[in-house]
Ligand binder design. Structure first.
Ligand SMILES: Nc1ncnc2c1ncn2[C@@H]1O[C@H](COP(=O)(O)OP(=O)(O)O)[C@@H](O)[C@H]1O
Ligand SMILES: [Mg+2]
Length: 573
């Protein structure tokens, strides 16, 4: 269980003090002055009565002030907790390893950030304070009752124990139902999110009916699990209610017998009944709050399990080496790789790759789809760690030992799929970092975005909409190229980054990148244009996870091997 008080210690302890000590103590005082008030009234002592009324009024004022202060400090704690806890969870998720992140559905994370966290706030935190204040109210009231008349207090207390016993019997069942309800709720959110994100697919493939059916299925399960939980809550609530009434009956009935026998005064019975209120009410609340707390605990467990799943034990910490410059070469030695698979047998995606990438040279990576090009680039980005043999190093430093943020200052990738944020064009290029206008314009020109920028009245402030709705596929790719170029990393990887552009624009962009002096680049391309291929220092040809050929365009064409065959194939097409 996480230590929640650390999120705002001051208000946590203040709330505990006011709700756990000050309020129950004043509440006990009220019963005692009430006894004095009634007994002096029955004794017809006006002076005493006036005195008692005045003291009673004072106590009431203090009581109200104590309730106000305990609520205030509690709400302040909840407020600060909510801010900091959600930030903490968000940061944990966002810091997670890419591989672990993609093993979970985005819907799960979304549900965690909404429902699960709300449950912890609403159920766990609030019920915690309620449990504390109600149990001390209970304790103080019991002490008060025994001070007034212990013979009457004992039978009253015994009857009030009934709901506690019932709750402890139902507790386990309740937690199981709560877990189920939460799981169903999260599954429901995932389904809805999926349906709305995949709206276009649903429409184009006419699968509204199936999707609607799946939704209804998840929706029914969610509602039914909620219902079955509320049923259990209802049963335990009713039993608590009944025993509550029973306690009153015992207190009044027995109390009146004792008055007749002269064992206590009417003021004494009234004070005990007043205090019994603060035993019955807290007891029934305690039962409910215990269940709430269990629900909160279940949510907290779910959340921690998810965090554990994404938690990367080898987080990028400052113990790792910082590499500030790229001087010589990237070297891959005997690199083999398979994707971490959860169910089936592993499939080797790369096997025994040996490659040397020299500083300032331009490489084209060519091969059929599925040959492992993207995987190779991902390994260079350390999106995945090498699981089998082999080693990748930059200037003789194993990339596993390089601090990730320093690695990404050296190396950058432009991928085929581009994520565009719902923000301006400039934001999407700079991504929250500050660059000069000169740098921004350099990137815009090189990536071929000049026409888009100049062609609209807002310029770089143009809002591109949710996931770049307002842009074409080609424009999105240009943005992602600009993103990489503005950062001026010495190594640039491009993975079919121009697949949405036509031949002319592809050539323009590839030429622009070939022109950047000192830039080391590896460009995956499937548009085999001889004029362009000739400009690369080397072409690396991949087939079934291995490198089969490496050399200049002329050399490989003369060799009449894989590249030659692939080129002649695409020429025919
Ligand atoms: N995340 C993944 N999990 C499991 N297998 C994958 C994953 N990504 C790619 N693969 C598999 O790895 C092989 C190489 O894929 P990839 O590197 O994308 O090839 P290319 O980029 O050359 O088309 C393919 O057989 C593909 O099915
Ligand atoms: Mg690929």
């Amino acid at each position: 269980m996480e230590n929640y008080k650390k999120y705002d210690k001051l208000n946590y302890y203040l709330a505990l003090f006011f709700s756990g000590i000050v309020y129950p103590f004043i509440n006990l005082l009220l019963a005692l002055v009430l006894k004095r008030l009634i007994d002096s009234g029955i004794a017809r002592n006006v002076y005493e009565l006036e005195n008692a009324i005045f003291v009673c009024l004072l106590v009431c004022i203090f009581l109200a002030a104590a309730v106000f202060t305990s609520e205030l400090t509690k709400n302040r704690f909840v407020n600060n907790f909510s801010k900091k806890y959600r930030r903490h969870i968000f940061n944990e998720i966002i810091a997670s390893d890419l591989n672990e992140f993609s093993n979970n559905s985005t819907g799960d994370f979304l549900a965690t950030m909404t429902n699960t966290v709300s449950t912890i706030e609403e159920k766990y935190i609030k019920s915690f304070f309620s449990i504390v204040s109600n149990s001390s109210l209970l304790l103080f009231s019991i002490i008060g009752m025994f001070m007034i008349n212990w013979q009457l207090s004992i039978p009253v207390l015994i009857v009030s124990l009934v709901p506690i016993i019932v709750m402890s019997l139902l507790g386990g069942k309740m937690q199981a139902k709560q877990n189920l309800a939460l799981t169903q709720q999260n599954a429901y959110v995932s389904k809805v999110k999926d349906a709305f994100s995949g709206f276009l697919v649903i429409k184009s493939f006419n699968i509204e009916k199936q999707i609607s059916k799946e939704f209804q299925n998840g929706n029914d399960k969610r509602a039914d699990s909620e219902f079955s939980l509320s049923e259990l809550n209802n049963i335990s609530g009713s039993i608590s209610n009944f025993s509550g009434y029973l306690v009153f009956l015992v207190a009044y009935g027995l109390g009146m017998f004792m008055v007749i026998n002269g064992n206590t005064s009417i003021g004494g019975v009234t004070a005990i009944v007043q205090l019994v209120n603060f035993i019955v009410m807290p007891l029934s609340k305690l039962g409910l709050e215990m269940n709430n707390k269990k629900a909160g605990l279940a949510a907290s467990k779910t959340l921690n399990q998810l965090l554990e799943k994404v938690h990367n034990p080898v987080k990028d910490n400052s113990n790792y080496l910082k590499l500030n410059r790229f001087e010589n070469e990237i070297k891959l030695t005997n690199v083999s790789f398979s994707y971490p698979q959860h169910d089936e047998a592993e499939k080797t995606v790369l096997s025994n790759i040996n490659l040397q990438i020299e500083k300032g040279k331009k490489y084209a990576l060519v091969g059929m789809s599925g040959s492992g090009k993207t995987t190779l680039l991902k390994l260079l980005m350390r999106y995945y760690k090498l699981t089998k043999d082999g080693n990748i190093s930059i200037d003789s430093v194993n990339i596993n030992n390089i601090n990730l943020s320093s690695l990404y200052k050296l190396i950058n990738i432009v991928q085929q799929d581009v994520y565009i944020f719902d923000n301006s064009l400039a934001y999407n290029i700079m991504l929250g970092k500050s660059f000069t206008d000169k740098e921004l314009n350099y990137a815009i020109n090189k990536a071929g975005l000049r026409k888009l920028v100049d062609g609209n009245s807002k310029g770089v402030d143009l809002n591109v909409g949710e996931n770049g709705k307002a842009l074409s596929g080609g424009q999105k790719q240009r943005i992602s190229i600009a993103r990489a170029l503005i950062r001026k990393t010495p190594i640039l990887l491009m993975d079919e980054a121009t697949s949405s552009l036509d031949q002319k624009n592809t050539t323009a962009i590839e030429n622009a990148i070939l022109e950047i002096k000192d830039l080391t680049s590896i460009v995956v391309t499937h548009k085999l244009n001889p004029n362009l291929l000739q400009k690369y220092d080397a072409i690396i040809f991949m087939k079934d996870g291995t490198i089969t050929e490496e050399g200049s365009y002329e050399e490989l064409m003369k060799q009449k091997g894989d590249l030659y065959n692939l080129c002649s194939l695409t020429m025919i097409n």
